[in-house]
Write a protein that binds this ligand. Structure first.
Ligand code: PEP
Length: 249
């Protein structure tokens, strides 16, 4: 089954609202396409101006987080309704930086995924191993556990719409990329895990990205692998080179 590629930028905690609009305007001229789904995942305060900046293009805007309650006394948090009303289509959930610095667990990741799906926001579900886990040879077991907990109570129809981002922690922001074979090995294992949890149709439909120092130089080889359906891009999403990941050559 042909899956449409999805290239998402994770702008992280970079760009003020006016800087974000300038970057969105610069990039939209380069990556407005039907061939690939292109998403700018931006800081919460940048969402409304960036949605406005990309209006009339095929680019979608994503959030970097959401909270799993509808409303109430959760100072500092952002609800799914707020994101939907602002024009958000995707949300990154369970990024390793949120797990490390903000104590996100597999259980809170699962709650956030269920809440995003309830509101028709597509979750980009991050998983990935540390360098120690890779060296110990337990990385596939670890990622299978992350996936199984993330998808608890998610239906097969919902799972088909999700995006999974395999992001080895040792490759994020380090300049060290997983080789295309290393990335493919894990993306295939994730697809097999989805097949076990659901069925072949769900495994065939779900899109799996690689993330970790992906750039203009290595994107083509990574994206050529059969189980890598796109990329979640940090550093390189803040530069015009982002277009060479959307259109690798
Ligand atoms: C990320 O943070 O999701 C990421 C992949 O970052 P980088 O591309 O900078 O490694």
């Amino acid at each position: 089954m042909a899956r449409k590629k999805i290239i998402a930028g994770n702008w992280k905690m970079n760009k003020t609202p006016s800087e974000a609009v300038a970057l969105a305007n610069e990039l939209k001229a380069l990556v407005d396409t039907d061939e690939v789904d292109v998403v700018f995942c931006v800081p919460a305060i940048d969402i409304i101006p960036v949605v406005d900046a990309v209006k009339g293009t095929k680019i979608s805007v994503g959030a970097e987080n959401l909270y799993f309650e509808e409303s109430g006394a959760y100072t500092g948090e952002i609800s799914p309704n707020m994101l939907v009303d602002a024009g958000v289509k995707y949300v990154i959930i369970g990024h390793s930086e949120r797990r490390e610095y903000f104590a996100e667990t597999d259980e809170t990741v699962n709650k956030k995924i269920l809440k995003a799906l309830e509101h028709n926001i597509t979750p980009i579900i991050c998983c990935g191993e540390s360098l120690t886990q890779r060296k110990q040879g337990v990385y596939i077991d670890w990622i299978r556990m992350q996936i199984k907990i993330a998808f608890q109570n998610v239906t097969a129809d919902q799972a088909k719409t999700c995006v999974i981002a395999y992001e080895p922690i040792w490759a994020i922001g380090t300049g060290e990329t997983a080789t295309a074979d290393q990335a493919e090995e894990v993306c295939l294992a994730i697809r097999e895990c989805i097949k076990e949890v659901y069925d072949e149709a769900t495994a065939d439909a779900i899109r799996i990205q690689y993330g970790g120092s992906m750039n203009a130089g290595n994107a083509k080889e990574l994206l050529a692998k059969p189980d890598i359906d796109g990329g979640l891009i940090g550093g390189a999403s803040l530069k015009p080179d982002f277009k060479d990941i959307v259109f690798p050559n």
